[in-house]
Write a protein that binds this ligand. Structure first.
Ligand SMILES: Cc1cc2nc3c(=O)[nH]c(=O)nc-3n(C[C@H](O)[C@H](O)[C@H](O)COP(=O)(O)O)c2cc1C
Length: 336
């Protein structure tokens, strides 16, 4: 699948919204894998600028990843309860509570930027794009990739006409790409076993991939490529805050959790005071909870308090080592 883009190494640098920088994407492309821009939180203009910055650093193809927007109904009572649950943390950080949350629709502008800039590949998480949007991307000659966390979702991605699917196992860091109820947590290996042979589009597998043996197994099982996020979090070309980097490097096995408390959608990250205190709290739906907690995360970084930060990381983050993107790629692909 990647060979049609002259990419010979079967690996995708996972899009990581809020984390990926042009430098990381460029370094990934230059290391011979597919780099991806995590554009989920960007508006249309910033998506365009990001794409142009990557183009300046590499002439290789890359992907842009977007969050499919679900219809949002705002329940004022839920929003108020979610705000009350966060109040003690606003107080501890000495910041005013967020009074209003504005959820602007950036998706159509992001999509337009991808089409105008003739990006080679557009990947999606949180759902399947609308029929018209898929048609527009195809007409523009853009290769499309969906994300699935179950066999049924993978089949839905194929039925919608997307060109390939990323299977995201339960070990994966960051948000679950889940778009069907109920949330199912299927390990990367099990999910691959369930899906291979059940869809005809190329399958890419993601979640907890941290060793050369895992890469080899996934490809032997029939995956066309692996998608790797957490291993690149501490790459020399990634610019995460020192607090976040240290937390990943010092993390131990078994210390991640799934939480909705930061954004309203389930995501895997390091367990901390925030995830534990808000375990049973009322949470506003995505992206409202994201807006309610944004100031908390910003201020925690400023005050050097990792206990209130979203420290997204996969289950195998404890295996991550500081190195350049090129070295990480080389190590993970050494058994092929
Ligand atoms: C910090 C972080 C941010 C992420 N952001 C996105 C995103 O914007 N879009 C997306 O499709 N996946 C995102 N993911 C999930 C990855 O695509 C992938 O499923 C995951 O990184 C694979 O598991 P691993 O982290 O154990 O390698 C993110 C993962 C991390 C760690």
């Amino acid at each position: 699948m990647l060979q049609q883009f002259q990419i010979t190494k079967p690996m995708i640098q996972a899009p990581m919204a809020g984390v990926t920088t042009p430098q990381l994407v460029i370094a990934s492309c230059e290391a011979g894998i597919l780099g991806s821009i995590g554009a989920g939180y960007l508006n249309g203009d910033d998506t365009r600028a990001f794409i142009q910055a990557v183009k300046k650093g590499t002439d290789k193809p890359f992907a842009v990843n977007l969050f499919v927007q679900a219809d949002l109904t705002i329940d004022v009572k839920v929003l108020q309860e979610a705000r009350v649950a966060l109040q003690p943390i606003y107080d501890e950080l000495n910041i005013p509570p967020v009074q209003t949350v504005i959820s602007t629709d950036v998706y159509s502008d992001q999509l337009q930027a991808v089409i105008d800039e003739q990006v080679a590949i557009c990947s999606f998480t949180f759902g399947i794009p609308a029929v018209d949007d898929i048609k527009r991307l195809k007409e523009a000659g853009i290769y499309t990739i969906g994300t699935a966390t179950t066999l049924q979702e993978a089949q839905a991605v194929e039925a919608a006409g997307l060109d390939a699917v990323v299977l995201q196992g339960s070990e994966a860091g960051g948000h679950r790409g889940t778009f069907t109820e109920p949330l199912q947590l299927i390990s990367t290996e099990e999910l691959l076993t369930q899906v291979i042979g059940q869809v005809t589009i190329p399958v890419i597998v993601a979640g907890g991939i941290a060793t050369a043996a895992q890469v080899k197994n996934a490809l032997t099982q029939g995956a066309e490529a692996v998608q790797v996020g957490t291993a690149f979090l501490v790459a020399a070309e990634t610019e995460i805050s020192p607090l976040y980097k240290q937390a990943v490097l010092q993390s131990e096995n078994g210390t991640t959790t799934l939480t909705k408390a930061f954004t309203g959608k389930y995501a895997r990250g390091l367990k901390n005071d925030f995830t534990e205190r808000l375990k049973d709290a009322v949470v506003a739906p995505y992206p409202l909870q994201h807006h309610l907690t944004l100031a908390i995360r910003k201020e925690s970084t400023a005050q050097g308090r990792p206990e209130f930060l979203s420290l997204w990381m996969g289950e195998n983050g404890h295996l991550a080592k500081e190195a350049t993107v090129e070295q990480i790629v080389e190590e993970l692909l050494q058994d092929l």
